[in-house]
Design a protein around this ligand. Structure first.
Ligand code: IMP
Length: 201
């Protein structure tokens, strides 16, 4: 059984492979493995779920197998949930991680420590043959630091201190982040559903 992960990111494939290690019959592919150019999908949804569903459904019409798409980002309470679906382009289109982080720090400059709560959110959508099978949500709660900490990871990791931890996401080795991240939590929920869908095929 082929499972297409709707991404160009090889790290996401690695993460999924590790999590589905015991699914011996599943071959995980990413968009770069396709022999044909995948359609361009504009992520114009108002929610993470809408974007994940749109990607999974569109690609599942072109692919013989299961398609898994994700959409994720950061929601900051004091900013009414921003940057949200605009996480990747918060400062501007094609913004660097540093520009996005600077914008967040600037907007939160006058916000005290006890009002800097935030969460990372990940939605996954599983589709096949143009039909949506299921969606899954994962979240990681925490607070936004006053100064960036750590060099690992990507995106807003240096600003995010997960609840109950004393290291930011960017100070943790990937193995530690991947146990508690929003994406890991959504993927774990997906595992049992995947078993069911594979049995039904
Ligand atoms: P995507 O869903 O992988 O395209 O992520 C959208 C954007 O959300 C990224 O460009 C990051 O800015 C942010 N983001 C999502 N997940 C993470 C994470 O685990 N750490 C830091 N930033 C993240």
């Amino acid at each position: 059984m082929n499972l297409l992960l709707a991404t160009h990111n090889t790290n996401k494939r690695k993460e999924l492979k590790a999590l589905l290690e015991d699914f011996k019959d599943v071959k995980i592919m990413i968009l770069d493995d396709l022999k044909v150019e995948p359609p361009i999908i504009v992520e114009d949804g108002k929610t993470f779920r809408q974007n994940a569903v749109k990607k999974a459904l569109t690609l599942s019409r072109f692919f013989d197998g299961l398609v898994l798409a994700d959409d994720s980002g950061l929601e900051i309470s004091a900013l009414g949930g921003k940057p949200g679906v605009r996480s990747a382009r918060f400062a501007r289109a094609k913004a660097t991680d540093q520009e996005n982080n600077q914008k967040v720090l600037k907007l939160l400059a006058s916000i005290p420590e006890n009002n800097r709560s935030a969460r990372f959110v990940c939605y996954l959508a599983l589709a096949s043959g143009g039909k949506l099978l299921e969606t899954f949500e994962g979240e990681a709660k925490g607070v936004i630091l006053e100064t960036p900490r750590g060099k690992r990871g990507f995106g807003y990791d240096p600003l995010f201190l997960p609840k109950g931890k004393d290291k930011s996401f960017a100070e943790m080795p990937a193995s530690e982040k991947n146990k508690i991240s929003h994406r890991a939590r959504a993927l774990k929920k997906m595992r049992s559903a995947l078993k069911k869908h594979l049995r039904q095929r």
